[in-house]
Design a protein around this ligand. Structure first.
Ligand code: PMV
Length: 324
């Protein structure tokens, strides 16, 4: 029996990954840049057993169905192939997210599974190898291996597409991100389906793609000079452009719900009265608000006029994935 356990934290992109140029290898259309956070994480253990033929996946104590297990099996196949083992595995995963979060995190989950598999099977992967492996499970997972600011270099093949930490003199410790958890009845469009549809059909997609290198350069220079205004402005603009591509898709769709718009408007109003903060969103209705740590209490206070306190969760810069 081979066993390994690991913890990995979630990350939120400031410059978004949106669209794949290779679905099988999960090679993205563009570079992305994220902040790893401390508030949400996943702990996963994987046990490969000699007499086991099938894989089993238990998430938060619940045995998962065939579809969810298949995704895990496909990922484990990559690790098994590297180790030249064909044993089945039991994967037990726990998501540590505050109650009522509604935040399923494939990034922390697959980063934890990659790290646990590396330990269990003695794959001996270094940071780059681990990031490449995690990428095959879920694109954004390749960024969750590392703390602080992280850039995922899109690359052109399996070897060249991986993430690495961006030097920042620990500036991320001065920042905070407030999650506004928005209850939404709408049926989700997964990030995978959403990307596929916008790449294939949205007339706005080429405009998005053309604008990313400039946004990325601005974000990196803002990090280098510790310019919060510049980082916030490019984060908000980049996220809005990504979401605009979904409106041009056929058929069109959006991840925004009425309360997402309420949160976005509040952020703009707060800025006008001097509380500097900026929003971003991913493939769901939740709004994430970037601010400086010194303003986090005031921001939470202001947003709690409109959103219940248990729907507001504060996060700070988090840690890289570790074996536990
Ligand atoms: O890696 P996925 O399939 O969870 O896609 C993530 C896509 C976004 O969250 C919308 C953007 C990003 O870069 O994280």
């Amino acid at each position: 029996m081979y066993k390994g356990s690991a913890r990995a934290y979630t990350n939120i992109a400031l410059i978004k990954y949106w669209g794949k140029k290779n679905e099988e290898l999960i090679l993205p259309m563009n570079n992305s840049l994220s902040l790893t956070l401390d508030a949400f994480y996943t702990e996963t253990s994987v046990t490969f057993e000699p007499n086991q033929t099938a894989d089993h996946f238990v998430l938060d104590g619940v045995v998962q169905d065939e579809k969810a297990t298949k995704k895990i099996s496909r990922f484990l196949d990559l690790a098994r192939e590297k180790a030249q083992v064909n044993w089945g595995a039991v994967v037990e995963s726990r998501n540590f997210v505050p109650t009522a979060a509604g935040l399923a995190s494939s990034a922390s989950g697959l980063a934890a599974l990659a790290t646990a598999s590396n330990a269990a099977l003695n794959l001996g992967l270094d940071d780059r190898g681990l990031s490449r492996l995690a990428r095959r499970g879920s694109g954004s997972a390749c960024r969750s291996l590392f703390p602080g600011f992280v850039e995922w270099e899109q690359g052109e093949d399996d070897e060249t597409s991986f993430a690495q930490q961006i030097p920042s003199n620990d500036w991320e410790q001065d920042l905070a991100m407030l999650f506004v958890l928005i209850n939404d009845q709408q049926k989700d469009v997964s990030s995978r389906d959403g990307m596929r549809r916008t790449v294939a059909t949205s007339s706005f997609y080429p405009g998005w793609l053309a604008s990313v290198p400039t946004d990325l350069a601005h974000a990196k220079s803002a990090i280098a000079t510790q310019d919060f205004t510049a980082l916030g402005e490019v984060t908000e603009a980049n996220g809005l452009k990504m979401h605009a591509t979904t409106l041009g898709a056929v058929p069109p769709f959006t991840y925004w719900s009425p309360d997402s718009l309420v949160a976005m408007n509040l952020v703009r109003q707060l800025r006008q009265i001097g509380l500097e903060c900026y929003f971003t969103m991913d493939a769901g209705p939740n709004v994430k608000v970037l601010c400086q740590r010194k303003d986090e209490d005031a921001l939470k206070q202001a947003l709690s006029q409109h959103f219940a306190p248990e729907r507001l969760i504060l996060a700070h810069a988090g840690y890289g994935a570790t074996v536990i």
